[in-house]
Design a protein around this ligand. Structure first.
Ligand SMILES: Nc1ncnc2c1ncn2[C@@H]1O[C@H](COP(=O)(O)OP(=O)(O)OP(=O)(O)O)[C@@H](O)[C@H]1O
Ligand SMILES: [Mg+2]
Length: 544
């Protein structure tokens, strides 16, 4: 460390130099990208595609448009090279491709001519700091609350989840949303080629791979990072996109105690997803017979969520499927639990369709109920519950599919009946719950105010202490909204740590006592966050 950098607020010559260089690149990059500057600033433009100097396209509100923007041939190549310099990477005749992320988070890919036959080709996927939420995806009609609730249940019960789909179908966006459902008290390791995930949990360890330098040194790939992640005591491993031999290590880790892991993969249907992962496993150095790899893949994966980009530019979830064991011939089997069915197009060419459960019950249904999702009974998976028709699905003959009783054997046994109002209310509440922001940090302990704001409050306090002394239970104030008495705030007994006393209080609050049935903590309404763990414990220390 130089002497100047030891003095707070002063930068060393080297640091000053770095700032100047980055400023210089920033300015020159802006100058090189002048023809598309307007699109870079436009919030509705999500992607800019430069296919040589005179062919520039943008994606706006999910649809592609050709623009009139034009570069000079030298200008566009200079922009590509400048981007490479900006991120400290090399792009030249020997290495004419560049995959990188700009400091603002935008994802870029550059291919130089003559490989790019139309001239330097650049794609810029703009980064938006405010990530899409489940609620927004529901508003966009990408999924419905019952799909969201089921995904939530899969995350909580630690199913291994793969998000699959084609290019730009919204896989990363969905993985972001799905992984944001991971409880806040779990240690999450994320591994990505270019950092796109925006998780907000407290205990997050993000890794990003690095390509080798111009001498071919210093490269750290996804497999290396997964290797490290497995030694860092993860509760969950989230991999941005599996695209190489690391798939095999991931399957092994999912099979050996790291359940609840998630990743995305390029594939168009649930069974194709299994096959794609299988072929990625074959890219690893480990040589295993095909049948062993298949068995690993089928055993490792639990749930596949497929998404697709439709002609009208919309992105939707198209399937939530369960992976079943291999059949006798050793082929993959999946069963669709939820499916999106296209019914047609409207006058403006927008895709019309409906999201519905298929009537098939997941094999892990008892686990869902045991983990505190009592509304997930047979009627939850019956499309008639939501006033929908059974979507056309193919069920395997050789596998004993469990249908909801009304759809036994895939055929309607009786007309749907009206749901009892009580049950309907409970279901609605459960569906609403997933729209609320998850924060499983227990609410902070109620504190007695240190200074009474006025004398009447002081009098009330005195009254309260008299009540306590007289052994009488205080009335309504200690009851919750439903009128049930709240558990008392604990005072640590002699020899008992205050932490132990607090945790037993939280258990009582959540109804999670050893004897009682496990209940999930109530989430805070949307937009209202309970303080983060650090803040809560700070307050507790202060109290102590
Ligand atoms: N449900 C959605 N509704 C509307 N727009 C969406 C939705 N999901 C994603 N998008 C938008 O689509 C674009 C592509 O999304 P995303 O990066 O998640 O796709 P991807 O499948 O991961 O792409 P790639 O295969 O290139 O990695 C982004 O601009 C994103 O904001
Ligand atoms: Mg992606």
């Amino acid at each position: 460390m130089t002497r100047a950098s030891c003095i707070p607020g002063r930068k060393s010559v080297r640091e000053k130099g770095k700032v100047m260089i980055s400023d210089m690149y920033d300015k020159s990059l802006k100058a090189f990208l002048k023809p598309i500057r307007g699109y870079l600033a436009d919030k509705d433009v999500t992607e800019i595609m430069i296919n040589g100097p005179e062919d520039v396209w943008i994606e706006k509100n999910g649809r592609l448009f050709k623009t009139t923007a034009k570069f000079t041939p030298e200008g566009v190549e200079a922009a590509g090279r400048n981007m490479a310099q900006y991120v400290g990477r090399v792009i030249d005749d020997e290495r004419p491709r560049l995959d990188a992320r700009l400091p603002d988070g935008s994802r870029i890919h550059v291919v130089l001519p003559p490989i790019a036959r139309k001239g330097c080709t650049i794609s810029i996927r703009k980064f938006f700091p405010g990530k899409l939420t489940i609620k927004q995806l529901i508003d966009f009609k990408s999924l419905t609350p019952e799909w969201a609730r089921f995904i939530d249940a899969c995350v909580i019960t630690k199913q291994n989840i793969v998000v699959s789909g084609g290019t730009g179908s919204g896989k990363t966006t969905l993985l972001n949303v799905v992984s944001s459902l991971i409880p806040n008290d779990e240690r999450i390791l994320t591994i990505e080629d270019s950092a796109e995930l925006q998780l907000t949990q407290d205990h997050l360890v993000p890794f990003e791979s690095r390509p080798p330098d111009k001498h071919g040194r210093g490269g750290v790939n996804m497999a290396h990072l997964l290797h490290s992640a497995l030694r860092l005591r993860p509760d969950r491993i989230v991999i941005g996109e599996v695209r190489g031999g690391e798939a095999f290590d991931l399957m092994q880790s999912m099979n050996t105690g790291h359940s609840g892991s998630m990743c995305t993969v390029h594939a168009n249907s649930p069974t194709e997803t299994c096959r794609r992962i299988e072929s990625l496993c074959l890219m690893s150095d480990v040589e295993l017979p095909m049948v062993a790899i298949r068995a690993q893949v089928a055993a490792a994966l639990n749930v596949i969520i497929c998404c697709a980009r439709f002609h009208d530019g919309s992105r939707r979830l198209t399937h939530i499927s369960e992976v079943l064991p291999l059949n006798e011939k050793g082929d993959y089997r999946t069963q669709d639990l939820f499916a999106f069915t296209v019914t047609g197009k409207d006058e403006e060419g927008r895709i019309q369709g409906y999201h519905a459960p298929t009537g098939i019950l997941p094999t892990f249904l008892p686990k869902l109920q045991a983990y505190g999702f009592p509304e997930m009974d047979e009627s939850f998976f019956d499309p008639a519950t939501y006033g929908l028709e059974k979507p056309p699905v193919v069920a395997y003959q050789e596998f004993k599919v469990r249908w909801t009783p009304r759809l036994e054997g895939g055929e309607e046994q009786w007309e749907p009946k009206e749901m009892e109002p009580d049950k309907k209310n409970r279901l609605e509440e459960a569906l609403q719950e997933v729209l609320e922001e998850r924060d499983l940090v227990p609410p902070p302990m109620a504190e007695e105010p240190a200074v009474e704001p006025d004398s009447s409050a002081a009098e009330k306090k005195e009254e309260k202490s008299e009540e306590r002394d007289s052994g009488e239970e205080p009335q309504a104030e200690n009851n919750d909204k439903s009128g049930k008495p709240r558990p008392k705030i604990p005072v640590a007994k002699e020899g008992e740590s205050s932490k132990k006393a607090r945790s037993s209080y939280v258990r009582q609050l959540l109804g999670n006592s050893k004897t009682g049935q496990a209940k999930r903590p109530k989430r805070m309404p949307l937009g209202v966050r309970t303080p983060r763990r650090g803040q809560a414990s700070k307050g507790d220390h202060d109290q102590e």
